[in-house]
Design a protein around this ligand. Structure first.
Ligand code: G3P
Ligand code: MG
Length: 236
């Protein structure tokens, strides 16, 4: 079972920072997950929310900030003051860190309805960096997945279930040629996992931080878990 470092090693470091990604790599993570947004000047940046409130008192939305302004924000102190130097990472800065054997689960938080052209920019980056084969693009925003698919028939896609009903999800996953069904641990059922596997799709589950849950999901045939503690790969 693949253990995917969720927002980096976010149990040890501030989530979605270069410190969290470096820590995950040090811990031997074979796959990393992160969340992508777009700034006012169309730069792809890594952060969980549409705004910066999770990292402190700054409530400004990323879509209204130029990269230069966004880069002045301390995104580490909220977790521990030793991370005060952490700044919002560019997606390309994360790829700079990643060795070729590490897979990136790139979650687009919102497509063009909020961030005009974000899908094109993601696909373009995958091509320019030569990382298409080791990246899996996922989203709760299924329109964004359709846009990515229309731009490139070969991009690997993960379908984040969210509130979509399973029959609709399977129909859309078929249309999208999605590689995986990604769902919350609260949504997992034997039937859902079997239905995905019968269709040749993988199942990835978030957020799983306990060995007992990992083992239960592995028994069900789940292919991977998003986990804040990459060391869960080793605790047996
Ligand atoms: O991609 C899996 C998981 O990250 C989805 O939820 O809120 O942690 O981005 P969230
Ligand atoms: Mg995510």
């Amino acid at each position: 079972m693949l253990v995917i470092a969720h927002r980096g090693a976010s149990g040890h470091c501030p989530e979605n920072t270069l410190a969290a990604f470096k820590k995950a790599l040090e811990m031997g993570a074979k796959a990393i997950e992160l969340d992508v947004h777009q700034t006012l000047d169309h730069e792809l940046v890594v952060c969980h929310d549409n705004d910066l409130r999770r990292t402190g008192k700054d409530r400004r939305a990323l879509k209204n900030l130029h990269l230069e302004e966004a880069k002045t924000v301390d995104v580490g102190t909220w977790f521990d003051k030793k991370f005060a130097a952490e700044r919002l990472p560019l997606l390309s800065e994360v790829y700079d860190l990643l060795p070729a054997h590490v897979e990136l689960h790139l979650e687009i938080k919102k497509g063009s309805s909020l961030y005009p052209g974000i899908e094109e920019r993601v696909v373009d980056l995958l091509h320019k960096r030569g990382v298409r084969e080791r990246t899996l693009v996922s989203s709760f925003d299924h329109e964004a997945l359709y846009s990515v698919r229309s731009l490139d028939a070969g991009v690997r896609l993960g379908y984040l279930l969210g509130l979509t009903r399973l029959p609709v999800a399977f129909k859309e996953m078929g249309e999208l040629k999605a590689e995986s069904l990604n769902m919350s641990i609260r949504q997992v059922t034997t039937r859902a996992v079997k239905a995905a596997k019968d269709r040749g799709q993988k199942v990835y589950v978030y957020t799983v931080n306990h060995p007992a849950d990992r083992d239960k999901l592995a028994k069900l045939g789940v292919d991977g878990i998003f986990c804040n503690y990459p060391e869960l790969d080793l605790w047996r």
